[in-house]
Design a protein around this ligand. Structure first.
Ligand SMILES: Nc1ncnc2c1ncn2[C@@H]1O[C@H](COP(=O)(O)OP(=O)(O)O)[C@@H](O)[C@H]1O
Ligand SMILES: [Mg+2]
Length: 250
């Protein structure tokens, strides 16, 4: 499988002089499920924000399906759907249905196509029965799935989720996880950051461990996991199922 994301010696220096990233190189295979882990401040969010041009490289380069987000931010944002850490800030509609329709409407798509996409996104995230609900009445897990539905309605090739499980209860985590797995099942690339590998590593094809703005280790989960401790990430307790047992769905 070819790489859908190619990052080459990417460095980012913030205005105050802080180096958020230092010479990060990473290739992400199309259709893979990638988990990025590392302690607070290791650079996970800074890395993701380069994929859709919310930040631009100080040095090095980023390509998403051949597109340079710094030069063509709008094209990059169609390729990469991003779920931010703060779900509430991403909700704009009066109802669940309107919120999900917002992105496709902005693309100027014909009404039947908008309705098809909204129905598909609500179905995939298990929110169809809440289509007419006001978003602020949703639970934390439902709000997270609503922002995911909004991302899905854009039909991005790459779905990026920054700490999608934070402050969710068990059912909330399961709902988001199921949605992410079904996305990968339809051929999309899924990238998730977390500091809690127990929930999701069993579904990952690759584990990227970050430390101090660098990729400290990257590889198949069962191998890269050996370096978790050095990156300040809690090493999960493995049972007889090994890494494959690391999921909240089993
Ligand atoms: N806007 C900013 N200005 C200055 N430094 C920042 C800014 N955003 C993040 N940083 C710094 O960049 C580093 C990486 O941060 P971040 O990518 O948010 O880490 P993570 O998402 O892994 O917790 C940290 O040292 C953080 O303090
Ligand atoms: Mg972060």
């Amino acid at each position: 499988m070819p790489s859908v994301i190619a990052i080459d010696r990417l460095s980012h220096r913030f205005a105050d002089g802080t180096w958020g990233l230092r010479e990060v190189s990473l290739a992400v295979e199309e259709g893979s499920f990638v988990v990025i882990a590392g302690e607070n401040g290791s650079g996970k969010t800074t890395l993701l924000r380069h994929l859709n041009a919310l930040l631009r490289p100080t040095a090095g380069s980023v390509r998403v399906a051949g597109v340079d987000p710094a030069r063509e931010p709008l094209r990059a944002r169609l390729l990469v759907g991003m779920l931010f850490q703060d779900a509430e800030s991403q909700i704009v509609g009066e109802t669940v249905r309107e919120d999900v329709a917002f992105g496709p409407e902005n693309l100027g798509l014909p009404r039947p196509e908008i309705e098809r996409r909204v129905a598909a996104a609500l179905g995939r995230t298990g929110l169809a029965h809440l289509a007419d609900r006001r978003p602020h009445l949703l639970s934390g897990g439902e709000k997270r799935r609503l922002t995911l539905a909004g991302v899905l309605a854009m039909e991005p090739r790459v779905v990026v989720c920054d700490e999608p499980f934070s402050s969710l209860d068990y059912a909330g985590v399961r709902g988001v996880l199921e949605a992410l797995i079904s996305l990968q099942g339809e051929g999309r690339t899924v990238i998730v950051t977390t500091h809690d590998l127990d929930k999701v590593l069993g579904h990952a094809d690759r584990l990227v461990l970050m430390r101090e703005g660098r990729v400290f280790r990257e590889g198949r989960p069962e191998e890269a996991l050996a370096s978790a401790g050095e990156c300040g990430v809690k090493r999960p307790v493995l049972d007889s199922r090994g890494v494959r047992g690391l999921t909240w769905l089993s």
